[in-house]
Design a protein. Structure first.
Ligand SMILES: [Fe+2]
Length: 465
């Protein structure tokens, strides 16, 4: 490829305009035969160009890598949300901005849900998630869209893209923000048991309206971070940013026992920061320890007057939050564990909410310009110390790494790490399979696609039964 063409294509954000089935993919190296199942990934892939639409609100596209007996196949499909179907019929974009209908859109449709953030499997259902809407059920083989899933009418409103599945009970714990309508301080909280039955659903008020992307769950507690990317209807109505960075509001984290109620929430205070993603959290005597990827200033969102935040400060680093539950203080501690820029932290999910000794995240190459360029992987121990570090060739980018255990009873961390890699020079993607405890050796196998998978958000592995 010509160098000029490479130079022009500096990122892998643009959508791909097709759906495909690729049954016999070329494999470099040897795909472990124990890997039997499907890696599902989700991310924005707008069906139509829309002026001013934030990358966050592009239509969700699923990418499924099916692995079996050392062979691999691939399928991708858009998620047919009501918005996708209406725009498909109209042959054009009907929504822009942050999911707001365009002024000249003629359809009688208010639901701008895009289902583009995560894809999880719980209680026999594959669910595409996006935090402003209910889960969308997907048929696991064909990737056909079955529509919104509201748990027999027991769950309503927004539903986080980052629910947690308790590895002991199989319970799914979730929350929603903007639970009383757009840009309101109300949160919802609920749980679904391992059989898919709703066991709890309630609402409460947070200290202020904010964007709450993820939360924290341990064996006995649930924690709600209210961090100052604030939401304001007043700003939105006057044409200013609906979400903005307001550090003066401070950081709050509400701690609730899982058996308690919202009126028992204890609010802890901390230094202003933003966190999109939590790696893991656990209880340690009277303390709760939570490892997160903390930004000193919010990325991607401006100050209330529209000025951008400081790029030097709007990068995430592995950080430990500690909460003292003995009643001595209402402050929580925030301690960076590494200086490396990283995002998309994952663990061996069999340790979710429990003490874990292995974690992984995607990282930037410190020698390259940073933003949008997650181009390596880090393996850390239970205190954030690096056990391994792998960097891709300059220019390539990597997705969130997903851990797959070698077998049901394998030791924590014994298995593989699956990540989709964009090869900048060839402008196509590989599914890279690493030995999870030896990422430094590089991929043990590459499943090669002829096309690229745009940089997306989250994915999960669903093992064959
Ligand atoms: Fe996320």
């Amino acid at each position: 490829m010509h160098q000029a063409a490479v130079a022009e294509r500096r990122n892998n954000i643009a959508p791909i305009p097709f759906e495909a089935d690729a049954p016999f993919l070329k494999i470099v190296g040897e795909l472990p035969r124990e890997l039997n199942g499907t890696l599902y990934r989700n991310g924005p892939n707008p069906q139509f160009d829309s002026p001013g639409a934030h990358w966050f609100v592009g239509d969700g596209m699923l990418h499924a890598f099916h692995l079996k007996n050392g062979r691999a196949s691939y399928r991708n499909r858009w998620i047919r949300t009501p918005k996708w179907l209406a725009e498909h019929d109209a042959g054009r974009a009907l929504f822009g901005g942050f999911g707001r209908k365009l002024p000249d859109a003629s359809v009688n449709l208010t639901d701008g849900g895009v289902a583009n953030t995560n894809i999880i499997f719980h209680a026999g259902k594959l669910l595409a998630l996006e935090e402003a809407h209910l889960p969308t059920e997907i048929e696991p083989g064909s990737l056909a869209t079955r529509g919104y899933h509201n748990y027999h009418g027991r769950v309503a409103g927004s539903f986080t893209a980052h629910p947690k599945i308790d590895p002991v009970t199989g319970e799914l714990v979730f929350f929603g923000y903007n639970a009383a309508g757009p840009l309101t301080p109300a949160l919802s909280y609920g749980s679904i048991d391992a059989s898919g039955k709703t066991t709890r659903f309630e609402r409460f008020e947070a200290p202020y309206a904010s964007m709450v992307h993820d939360f924290i769950v341990t064996a006995n507690h649930v924690l709600f971070p209210i961090l100052p990317i604030t939401g304001s209807m007043e700003r939105a109505m006057s044409g200013r940013p609906p979400y903005a960075w307001e550090p003066d509001k401070g950081a709050y984290v509400g701690v609730m026992t899982r058996s308690g109620t919202a009126k028992d929430i204890v609010w802890f205070r901390g230094e202003a920061c933003y966190v999109f993603h939590v790696m893991n959290a656990w209880e340690d005597g009277d303390r709760i320890v939570a490892d997160v990827m903390q930004f000193e200033e919010a990325p991607l969102f401006p100050h209330p007057d529209g000025r951008p935040t400081d790029p030097e400060k709007s990068r995430a680093r592995h950080c430990r939050w500690t909460f003292d539950l003995s009643g001595n203080t209402d402050r929580f501690q925030q301690t960076y564990l590494d200086d490396l820029t990283g995002e998309f932290p994952r663990i061996d999910d069999r340790h979710a909410g429990l003490k874990s000794r292995h974690g992984w995240y995607a990282c930037a190459n410190p020698k390259l310009p940073m933003f949008g360029a997650l181009s390596g992987l880090v393996h850390v121990d239970g205190n954030g110390r690096r056990l391994g570090h792998y960097l891709l060739p300059a220019g390539d980018t990597i997705s969130e790494p997903v851990f797959v255990e070698r077998s049901k009873d394998a030791a924590e961390g014994d298995g593989w790490l699956l990540a989709v890699v964009w090869r900048a020079r060839e402008n196509r993607s590989d599914l890279a399979v690493f030995n999870a405890t030896d990422i430094e050796a590089g991929p043990a196998a590459l499943v090669q696609l002829g096309h690229r998978v745009p940089d997306g958000f989250h994915g999960n592995w669903v093992g064959a039964v």
